[in-house]
Write a protein that binds this ligand. Structure first.
Ligand code: IPE
Ligand code: IPE
Ligand code: MG
Length: 248
């Protein structure tokens, strides 16, 4: 462990033992945050986008390897057009604003989901930054965009079915690993921790396969108000949990 990380762990009362490898977050509550202030929902999304930076910075400091953020679901396409387009503009702005941060801090950006549905202009910028950060290895930031857990599985089933048709694999050889290896998250470990903000206690179609053994944390805090302190608190709680994975 490098000494900087050791200092951060000490400062935050975290242990290197039982340290999570992958944290996934359902960033929910932007709309309610705005409503409470009699503001337009888009203001809440702006604040929500701003809240990401501190969590990414902290994750990197403490040596988290993978942070996955649910930013836009397959169902979110059904929101009013104006809200969807505001979210797409915010995504574009996020890519532009965070570029130097990712490059300077050795952060790799990935995106999971049906990306072809994103507006061309946004997709181009997203692909460019993913390419630019491809060899960064200190931390992976995964944005789940136009992402649905069922869509993820459907997409994998289609690929595996094509492999069967092309005789690349026989049905008997399909294993759980085959499925994992064909999901958008291929090559990434399953999340150890799932956090959902805003008080809702549901998965809303997030990583249905990958969350099988994640430790779940729900907080009433709305995403724009979610702080580094609360994030650390969840990791500390995680470190005290007994993960049995079905054993005794
Ligand atoms: C989460 O906040 C962001 C997205 C789903 C894009 P919401 O927009 O769902 O906020 P609430 O749940 O309406 O408060
Ligand atoms: C889940 O939040 C999706 C994201 C946070 C991106 P939603 O606000 O869309 O979920 P529901 O509608 O409350 O289930
Ligand atoms: Mg919501």
């Amino acid at each position: 462990m490098n000494s900087r990380r050791e200092d951060f762990l000490k400062k935050y009362s975290l242990s290197d033992e039982n340290f999570p490898v992958h944290i996934a977050v359902i960033m929910d509550g932007n709309g309610r945050w705005a409503k409470k202030r009699l503001m337009n929902r888009v203001k809440g999304h702006e604040k929500g986008a701003d809240a990401i930076r501190g969590i990414v910075e902290l994750s990197r400091e403490i040596g988290l390897k993978y942070l996955s953020l649910y930013a836009f679901s397959t169902e979110n396409w059904n929101r009013p057009k104006t809200e969807v387009s505001a979210l797409m503009s915010l995504l574009e702005r996020f890519i532009k604003n965070e570029r130097s941060n990712f490059l300077e801090n050795d952060i790799r950006l990935n995106a999971f989901g049906e990306l072809e549905k994103l507006p061309d202009k946004v997709l181009k910028k997203l692909n460019a930054l993913m390419d630019e950060t491809r060899s960064n290895s200190t931390m992976c930031l995964n944005l789940c965009l136009s992402y649905g857990g069922r869509n993820d599985i459907l997409h994998a089933v289609r690929k595996i079915a094509a492999d069967v048709e092309n005789k690349v694999i026989s049905p008997d050889d399909i294993s759980e690993e085959t499925i994992s290896a064909n999901l958008y998250t291929k090559g990434f470990p399953d999340p150890d921790i799932l956090i959902r903000t805003s008080g809702e206690m549901r998965l809303s179609n997030f990583m249905m396969w990958q969350l099988s053994y994640a430790e779940l944390f729900f907080t009433n805090t709305l995403w724009p108000d979610f702080t580094r302190e609360e994030f650390l608190d969840i990791i500390r709680q995680f470190q005290t949990r007994d993960r049995r994975f079905g054993k005794v």
